[in-house]
Design a protein around this ligand. Structure first.
Ligand code: HEC
Ligand code: HEC
Ligand code: HEC
Ligand code: HEC
Ligand code: HEC
Length: 189
């Protein structure tokens, strides 16, 4: 290690030992050396180091966030394939190839299977829970799956004890209930 390199590291060490307090730093560095050489002072070094560390941390957080969003995002195949006219039609009143409440059933034929259908799905209001193009969440949902039911069901449960227990166990509503329809009451699966 050259002399400059050595001085640099001693100054850094002095800076770290003194906790980047400018007065102490100056005392230590001027005790060790007669003249502090022309390089970042310990306090400048500390400040730069701190700024760099913060910037790096932010970068890492951003990368993580993007990776997470990509992993959970979804895109509707006809939208991705730019088959816009499979749904949109400028020549109709609704602007779509079918009235809004029937649009999804055009392709999702015989979608509601079972003798009990869930209110909004039964009336074709698929867009109460889904987005038509793409979403930051799986299954084109408007919210994360563990929040979707709460958009409407704020009423106190009749089956209170059971639901309190499933909340404690952090079960998703969709682990027991089908969001669309089923052959059992309450669309239990
Ligand atoms: C699966 C059917 C479907 C496909 C395919 C589709 N859209 Fe849509 N689009 C919809 C529905 C339904 C709405 C209305 C959404 C609402 O009102 O909440 C909509 C709304 C829109 C709007 C209004 C603004 C908005 O985003 O809400 C634009 C613009 C649009 N679509 C453009 C496109 C383009 C461009 C494509 C092709 C790349 C496309 N759509 C493909 C169903 C579709
Ligand atoms: C033009 C045909 C078409 C129309 C209209 C259509 N879809 Fe789809 N949709 C598809 C295809 C194809 C797939 C992929 C195969 C599948 O899951 O059936 C799909 C898949 C989906 C998925 C699953 C996405 C995933 O990531 O798992 C959802 C949710 C969905 N559609 C909702 C809707 C809703 C809500 C509407 C009405 C606004 C609608 N679709 C209208 C063709 C269509
Ligand atoms: C009450 C909210 C809600 C409504 C309304 C709703 N969905 Fe869904 N949908 C969901 C949820 C939640 C999932 C994800 C299920 C899972 O992952 O367990 C889903 C998943 C889907 C899927 C992916 C495959 C599957 O069956 O799980 C399709 C396709 C779909 N929905 C289409 C529709 C169509 C078409 C309608 C309208 C008839 C509709 N949905 C109405 C909440 C809803
Ligand atoms: C867009 C509003 C909306 C969302 C979101 C929604 N629901 Fe519903 N739900 C309704 C309506 C409306 C009814 C019919 C009226 C009623 O019985 O309370 C209903 C009824 C039900 C019932 C039957 C209640 C009964 O007494 O027969 C169950 C079970 C249910 N929903 C579960 C769910 C689950 C699980 C989710 C999430 C996947 C969900 N709901 C999300 C609107 C919604
Ligand atoms: C461990 C399975 C399980 C989970 C998780 C679960 N449920 Fe239920 N739910 C049931 C059963 C079983 C019934 C029928 C209770 C009865 O017969 O009295 C029911 C009944 C219902 C009813 C109709 C009766 C009432 O109490 O209002 C609604 C609405 C409902 N659930 C919504 C939800 C929602 C919203 C969630 C998520 C927060 C959820 N459930 C999570 C099993 C479950």
């Amino acid at each position: 290690m050259g002399k400059r390199g050595m001085i640099f590291w001693i100054a850094v060490l002095a800076g770290l030992l003194s906790g980047c307090d400018p007065v102490t730093t100056h005392k230590i560095t001027s005790t060790i050396f007669d003249g502090v050489p022309s390089m970042p002072t310990a306090e400048e070094y500390c400040r730069d180091y701190h700024q760099q560390a913060v910037a790096e941390e932010r970068e890492a957080e951003k990368r993580q966030q993007i990776a997470k969003e990509k992993a959970t995002a979804s895109i509707h195949p006809p939208y991705e394939e730019k088959r816009c006219n499979d749904c949109h039609d400028k020549n109709t009143d609704s602007g779509f190839i079918a009235p809004r409440k029937e649009l999804c059933f055009v392709c999702h034929k015989d979608f509601l299977q079972g003798s009990f259908a869930h209110g909004p799905a039964a009336v074709g209001d698929c867009l109460a829970c889904h987005l038509p193009h793409s979403s930051s969440y799986p299954s084109l949902l408007k919210t994360p799956k563990d929040q979707i039911c709460w958009m409407c069901h704020k009423e106190p449960r009749v089956a209170l004890g059971l639901h309190a227990a499933s909340k404690d166990k952090r079960l998703l509503c969709t682990e027991c209930h089908n969001p669309h329809a089923s052959n059992a009451r309450f669309f239990l699966e």
